[in-house]
Design a protein around this ligand. Sequence first.
Ligand SMILES: NC(=O)c1ccc[n+]([C@@H]2O[C@H](COP(=O)([O-])OP(=O)(O)OC[C@H]3O[C@@H](n4cnc5c(N)ncnc54)[C@H](OP(=O)(O)O)[C@@H]3O)[C@@H](O)[C@H]2O)c1
Length: 258
Amino acid sequence: MEYLSYGKTGLEISRLCFGAGRIKDTCDTFEAGAKLMLRALDEGITFWDTAEGYKTQPHLGEAVRQIPRHKVVIQTKNGAKDYENAAASITRSLQELKTDYVDVLLLHGISTPEDLVSREGALDAYREAKDAGKVRVIGCSTHVYTGAVMDAVIDHPEIEVILATANKEGRLLEGGSLDRHLEYIRRAYDLGKGISIMKVIAAGEIPEADYSEWIEWGFNLDTAHAINLGITEYRHITLDVKLAGASARRRVIQHKAA
Ligand SMILES: NC(=O)c1ccc[n+]([C@@H]2O[C@H](COP(=O)([O-])OP(=O)(O)OC[C@H]3O[C@@H](n4cnc5c(N)ncnc54)[C@H](OP(=O)(O)O)[C@@H]3O)[C@@H](O)[C@H]2O)c1
């Protein structure tokens, strides 16, 4: 597994990120979810992504309870707009994740520049939580959107991390072409923002025979610090770790040759 700095955030992450958005589909108890997360950790996946809305924070919390907290980097999100709801959501996240702090807190699913402005109250709660040591890094996800929303989140000085959609064919991407979107991602990367990509296999909506090729494309994207894959099963961990390892070896060889 390759480990790297998450932009200029000061966090060190595994390049493969466990997207835990749907683990409750396959893990019917918090304990079963925790077991899957801990297996991933055994395989070197130290970067875990969740959100209050996924209802999988308790699964991660059950795993966190069993390990030294510093072993994992936890990224979570909420879609609150105002201060009160965001503050309450942060409190719930800490309780459910069984931790005193989250490493990364994202404004969930920013869709337009206006949407970002409308979250100002929520950002106040994020800032307060950061000052109190309950949150280390603030960022946002942009769901499937590109174009003006990318300009807005890249230009925002407090957005340190961006979780954006990116895949081989630009599938599911709305608001602009894949080529233009990759330019946005490069700009954000060059500014030192932490970049994670999701929808790398188009939420599973491609033929199974193509999964490896699409995941490899994600790992080949040098402007992405983390490749967030929506793992739901042990066999996904096996394949994704294998592809992450192959990519890491390739990157070392390329680095030596350069
Ligand atoms: N707006 C946001 O912030 C936002 C939105 C969506 C997702 N996310 C995050 O991104 C993560 C990834 O979700 P995504 O929508 O981008 O999906 P994805 O990673 O493109 O696809 C995940 C789906 O592909 C299937 N799959 C087959 N082989 C797999 C493999 N080797 N590894 C992983 N998945 C495999 C699984 O579906 P089956 O179980 O049906 O086989 C899985 O649910 C989520 O878990 C969540 O953490 C964030």
